[in-house]
Design a protein around this ligand. Structure first.
Ligand code: NAD
Ligand code: UDX
Length: 471
């Protein structure tokens, strides 16, 4: 199918822009794709010769970048130049929760979206299709359309410029981004301009079955993204709320989860209990949903969704208290090994990771943490904890400290407990019979992801706590 689109520009080279455009370039060798960002060091990292130093860790990403980079996939800080060249522009910039002003703590901060829209209005040429890829509050397209329309109204030279705005939210999950992009459950396109919709659809048809591409009005498309995330998060809070009931009653959350999940109306996905959902999306998007509901006077709806966040918060607090209670009521001066800091396995992303809050709570109680994560750097941990790293010293421990360890054995040496916070595959295979010899008895494993093998129960001297299972 002949496509008019020859040059694509994506504004934002982050967790969405980078992988999404890499897959698009891989599947559409006839299209030139430029991913631009104002963050110079991020662009440098995308262009690094050494592919292990890409700014984002995603299984399968390295191979695609190796195939396409500098052939039809480019990473650049030349935002204006690449906007000017493009027939289609994806906006994949960040939309975090506002930290000040009206709606602070709830509404999405759209300043990066607005800036992108103004850059497009000023530098795009002739006919341009603008695609919202970022997750946005319903009716944001209206703002983008106004900026695009009105910026050039009085400039006769720019009269030939035209813009069509489409919504095309991204549903990828980190850790499985490449798989999700190559084989999505659905692709959603919202808009009014039939020709623009057809152009975007033609791109996806290069690798996606037509039955999976659904078209809707633009507001439904924007809202569907927020609601998909809210529903997914709600399932996690639902199962997490039941972990405490299992612990109180002797029921086993793994068995309960399996039994309910086999009901095809419920399904098996997203009912795995854990230390609370993290990641850059769920909390931000539910807060935004709450804000929008309140804005439209729908307080009951807003209250309903805020409970999903309350349970998530409570789960992290609850786990901290269980750890302290089992370690004779105090962790002050004790060394605790933290296994995993990323918000889920197979990513180096730590945004909103439950590990942040649990670690901060434990440091606050005087614990000395040795943090081990196979993909997260010590700089990243320091940024998230906002506490300087200090080396653990048995004789001279500080009143609450942390250090990053590149060796799991060193992290565990002399520790009173291993606390599993991320479900990395490697943590499932550990030889605890050997590793516990490094620890200080009576030693504990707190498994907040329920990934330790059952036979651990027979290990002499081991105290094992698993979420929603053992008490
Ligand atoms: P991110 O912070 O990783 O990346 C955004 C990038 O945009 C940053 O590198 C930033 O420097 C750049 N940027 C901001 N303003 C710019 C401008 N004017 N010009 C050029 N570059 C600019 O964010 P992300 O995780 O990729 O998320 C982007 C959007 O996608 C958000 O709305 C998010 O909610 C949504 N989303 C994220 C995921 C996910 O798994 N992370 C999944 C689906 C949707
Ligand atoms: C999520 C959505 O899944 C994705 O569709 C959207 O585009 C972006 O937000 P992401 O946050 O990357 O993706 O990962 P996800 O797999 O949804 O996990 C989010 C959090 O929930 C993680 O902390 C994960 O450990 C936790 N989780 C997930 C559970 O605790 N239990 C589950 O059953 C599933």
């Amino acid at each position: 199918m002949e496509s008019k689109i020859k040059n694509i520009c994506c504004i934002g080279a982050g967790y969405v822009g980078g992988p999404t455009m890499a897959v698009l370039a891989d599947k559409c060798p006839h299209i030139n794709v430029s991913v631009v960002d104002i963050n110079q060091s991020r662009i440098d990292a995308w262009n690094n010769e050494d592919l292990t130093l890409l700014p984002i860790y995603e299984p399968g990403l390295k191979a695609i970048v190796r195939r396409c980079r500098n052939k039809n996939l480019y990473f650049s800080d030349e935002v204006e130049k690449n906007i000017a060249k493009a027939d289609m522009i994806f906006i994949s910039v960040n939309t975090p929760t506002k930290t000040k002003g009206i709606g602070a703590g709830q509404a999405s901060d759209l300043k990066w979206i607005e800036k992108s829209a103004r850059q497009i209005a000023n530098f795009a040429q002739e006919e341009t299709i603008v695609v919202e890829k970022s997750t946005l509050p319903v009716r944001t397209a209206e703002t983008i359309q106004r900026i695009l329309r009105e910026t050039n109204k009085n400039n006769s030279l720019d009269k030939k410029k035209t813009f069509s705005v489409l919504s095309n939210p991204e549903f990828l999950a980190e850790g499985t981004a490449i798989k999700d992009l190559e084989n999505p459950d659905r692709v959603l396109i919202g808009g009014e301009d039939i020709k623009a919709i057809e152009e975007l659809k033609k791109i996806y048809l290069n690798w996606i079955d037509p039955s999976k591409i659904i078209i809707s009005n633009i507001w439904s498309s924007e809202l569907s993204k927020l609601i998909a995330n809210a529903f997914l998060a709600q399932r996690i809070s639902s199962i997490n709320s039941i972990t405490s009931l299992c612990e109180a009653t002797g029921a086993n959350i793994t068995e309960v989860s399996k039994a309910i999940g086999l009901d095809s109306r419920i399904g098996t996905k997203f009912i795995t209990p854990g230390p609370g959902f993290g990641g850059s999306c769920f909390k931000k998007d539910i807060l935004n949903l709450i804000y929008i509901c309140n804005y439209y006077g729908l307080k009951e709806v807003a209250d309903y969704w805020s409970k999903v966040l309350d349970i998530n918060q409570w789960q992290k607090q609850r786990i901290t208290e269980i750890i302290i209670k089992n370690l004779f009521g105090t962790v002050n001066g004790k060394k605790l090994a933290i296994l995993g800091f990323a918000f889920k396995a197979n990513t180096n992303d730590t945004r909103e990771s439950p590990a942040i809050e649990i670690c901060k709570n434990l440091i606050n109680e005087g614990a000395n943490l040795a943090i081990y994560d196979p993909k997260v750097s010590s700089d990243q941990i320091e940024k998230e904890l906002n506490i300087s790293q200090s080396n653990y010293n048995e004789e001279n421990f500080t009143d609450g400290s942390w250090e990053s360890q590149e060796d799991l054995g060193c992290a565990l040496k002399g520790s009173d407990a291993a606390i599993i916070l991320t479900e990395w595959d490697m943590f499932q295979e550990l030889n605890w019979a050997e590793l516990t010899k490094l620890m200080r008895p009576p030693y504990w494993i707190f498994d907040t992801r329920n990934i330790t093998k059952k036979n651990l129960e027979d290990l002499e001297g081991l105290n094992l706590w698993r979420l929603g299972i053992d008490q």
